[in-house]
Design a protein around this ligand. Structure first.
Ligand code: DON
Length: 304
């Protein structure tokens, strides 16, 4: 399949759609990003990489980092993890508080902010230097040492993290957070601030394409069963209250971030990352979702 030709065509068709969304401004440092940028990259299981547009430009991965932290924690935990975080779509916005009270501080799934905070909290119990470990893990998955935290973005989010703090304290009151809240929010804001290119992101999801094994090192990161579960969670919960719409129109497991990137994958075949800074009303990438919808339509393949 000539993936380069396919993404070149989609790029030129989708690019005129600039202006449909808006850049995330609740994290002030993200509001400064030039919205008129757009890149697509594909990494394939036979080791090829294709790219078009701004696919080598770094951007803030934000919630896409939740896939990496969940992987690190799932590596160590078995069934017991699901006692403290659920695996059902929430149908609510990514930073919603409403379900937590009825559900006794157990977040619906590990991708909404509340669930991601529980995962980062567990990760901090497992790794004595969590920030260093998260960065090393992402570098290994992407097969690149050139990946860093963006301290300006992390600081900016830390300064306006009242809602994430509220989620954290609320869950702590139910005993579902162990660490000190300032340290937890610091690690969480840093993991969200990691900057990567579409090319690096597409490559970094290859362990999930490859059923849990890092294709660059041959190292098993997750068992085949855990990799299946993580992909299933991305399919059902990766886009918050737009997850059903994403599954309906794209038909792939994937994850979004307010940075504003999207990654999706076809197990056994490829991973595709799209970046364009404008957000839709659910906090996902308008251009990214449109691009992926056209991609699965044009190649005639999804997981279904
Ligand atoms: O915690 C936050 O609100 C952000 N650091 C991450 C949110 C996010 O990326 C939601 N995804 N689309």
């Amino acid at each position: 399949m000539d993936y380069q030709q396919i993404i070149d065509k989609i790029y030129h068709e989708v690019k005129p759609l600039f202006g449909h969304g808006k850049v995330a401004d609740y994290i002030p440092a993200l509001a400064n990003v030039n919205p008129k940028q757009y890149g697509i990259a594909i990494a394939t299981s036979d080791g090829r990489v294709f790219g078009v547009g701004d696919y080598k430009t770094k951007f803030s991965i934000q919630s896409i980092s939740k896939v990496f932290t969940l992987t690190m924690v799932m590596h160590h935990y078995d069934e017991d993890l699901w006692e403290s975080v659920g695996r059902e779509p929430s149908g609510s916005p990514f930073n919603s508080l409403v379900q937590l009270e009825h559900e006794h501080g157990i977040p619906r799934n590990p991708f909404i902010n509340a669930g991601a905070l529980v995962i980062t909290d567990r990760l901090m119990n497992l790794y004595p230097r969590p920030k260093e470990s998260i960065l090393n893990f992402i570098r290994e998955m992407a097969n690149s040492a050139d990946i860093y935290y963006d301290h300006t973005v992390a600081r900016s989010e830390l300064e306006c993290s009242d809602r994430n703090m509220a989620l954290g304290y609320f869950m702590k009151s139910f005993g579902n957070i162990n660490n000190d809240m300032d340290s937890l929010i610091d690690v969480y804001c840093n993991q969200c601030s990691v900057t990567m290119t579409c090319e690096e992101l597409a490559k970094s999801f290859m362990y999930l394409v490859n059923h849990g094994e890092n294709p660059f090192t041959g190292q098993r990161i997750l068992s085949v069963s855990k990799a299946k579960r993580l992909n299933a969670l991305m399919l059902t919960c990766g886009f918050y209250d737009e997850s059903g719409e994403f599954a309906f129109s794209v038909g792939l497991p994937g994850k979004s971030g307010v940075g504003v990137g999207v990654v999706a994958l076809i197990p056994g075949k490829l991973s595709i990352a799209v970046w364009s800074p404008e957000l839709d009303k659910h906090g996902n990438s308008y251009m990214g979702i449109t691009t992926l919808e056209r991609f699965t339509t044009d190649i005639g393949k999804s997981i279904f």
